[in-house]
Design a protein around this ligand. Structure first.
Ligand code: FE
Length: 418
């Protein structure tokens, strides 16, 4: 009798997804299996099949009865900034009373305030904060998390933040994907001088394998398309993969960089002209949309979802967890995506799993349920994918398995695990 570490059985509806990306997810092509079971061993899925068959075939250390509910791949959060200290709740109130972000910045607040607090925090404190945030993410079903730096600015300290991400990766069953982010140009140093020093950090991060990705905040008042291209070209030469914060606050041509650089993802896109969707499609890039960031920024603009759909651009959603948007769950982004972006429940689910994995070049390993893929699975409180976003507003992950480890549950542990 084959052994499994974990057997999840009695799954009413299992959405497996085929290997991504999925530009137009439909129920007929989502790999939906009824009355299913999933066997996990050694951190990987070993078999997916009918519940009664796998129950009879396997002996397992842990049995999880899904009680007829929905199960999906673990969520992939493809855009987070979780390495920082301090908070800005007073600025939240100021924003609500009509103070523009530019004025908050002029008062020394906003991102520069988080950078000061982060620099004051010790390494152990930052690791503790990061692990606490990752645990919340895990409890919400995020089994793969992209982790950006960007709150140090000083290139040497940015590298230390990548080391902290590496330490956290050894302490969680989640797969972490570290990204070195050029976040904002520092004040009081010529931009060219700072960029030259940042390029040094990129080369070192690549040589020491501290980062997988490089990213730049390309926008009005931040880095220009020319500066972003220079930074990302150097990152590519050094062997890093590329993603880009593009067209969030204004359109200054950032998403056009998809035509000239091999970007795995372009993120935000609230101000992208719809005609640029064709450009993203030709480049094979994923559009990573951030609905809770739109809420936190209190922004009226929306990314051109219909143009992205028509062009066949795969859409991902992510939390954009950061000091200005304290929503740790990719699940929340999934839940509000129908309301903020107009995604269907199946589009939102694909966006938080298979397409998010594709945006991180992980579509073989994550974002789907198939033999050989990571042993990542979420059993939800609801009975089918149509309920995702229809019912919402609480943590709907009943059971979370990450890398073959029973990672988290909300209340169902005693009832259904033996
Ligand atoms: Fe971001």
């Amino acid at each position: 009798m084959p052994r499994a570490d974990i057997l999840v059985y009695n799954i009413g509806e299992l959405v497996t997804f085929h290997r991504g990306p999925q530009p137009r997810p439909r129920p007929e092509t989502a790999g939906i299996i009824r009355d299913a079971a999933v066997a996990v061993r050694g951190g990987r899925v070993v078999e997916v099949g009918p519940s009664s068959l796998l129950r009879a075939r396997y002996s397992a250390a842990v049995w999880i009865n899904a009680e007829g509910r929905l199960a999906t791949p673990g969520l992939v959060d493809a855009h987070t900034h979780p390495i920082f200290a301090g908070s800005r709740e007073d600025e939240f109130e100021a924003k609500l009373s009509g103070v523009p972000y530019s004025e908050i910045l002029a008062r020394g607040g906003g991102i520069y305030r988080t950078i000061r607090a982060t620099r004051r925090a010790g390494r152990g404190e930052l690791l503790r904060l990061l692990l606490g945030r990752l645990y919340k993410m895990l409890a919400g079903g995020s089994t793969v998390v992209e982790v950006k730096t960007g709150y140090a600015l000083e290139p040497k300290i940015e590298l230390e933040h990548l080391e902290i991400a590496g330490e956290a990766a050894r302490l969680t069953p989640q797969l972490l994907v570290p990204t070195l982010l050029a976040h904002v140009p520092p004040r009081g140093e010529p931009r060219e001088a700072y960029i030259a020093r940042f390029l040094g950090a990129i080369r070192e991060a690549a040589a020491r394998r501290l980062a997988v990705y490089a990213d730049v905040f390309c926008d009005r008042g931040v880095f220009t398309p020319q500066e972003s291209a220079a930074i990302l070209s150097e990152a590519r030469r050094a062997g890093l993969r590329l993603r880009l914060h593009a067209d969030q606050l204004a359109y200054i041509g950032c998403s056009r960089l998809a035509a000239q650089l091999p970007l795995d993802s372009l993120d935000h896109l609230e101000s992208m002209p719809p005609e640029n969707a064709e450009l993203l499609a030709r480049a094979g890039a994923v559009a990573v949309l951030l609905p809770t960031s739109i809420m936190a920024m209190m922004q009226p603009e929306r990314p051109p979802v219909e143009a992205l759909r028509r062009a066949g651009v795969p859409i991902a959603v992510a939390s954009d967890y950061n000091a200005n948007n304290l929503t740790p769950l990719a699940q929340t982004a999934l839940q509000v995506a129908p309301y903020i972006l107009g995604l269907t429940p199946l589009e939102a689910l694909a966006a938080a799993t298979v397409n998010a994995a594709a945006s991180l070049h992980l579509d073989r390993l994550a974002g789907r349920v198939a033999p050989g893929a990571r042993g990542d699975l979420v059993v939800w409180e609801v009975e089918g994918y149509r309920w995702l976003g229809y019912e919402w507003g609480y943590n709907m992950a009943a059971h979370v398995v990450a890398s073959g480890v029973y990672a988290a549950s909300w209340g169902r542990l005693l009832a259904s695990v033996s």
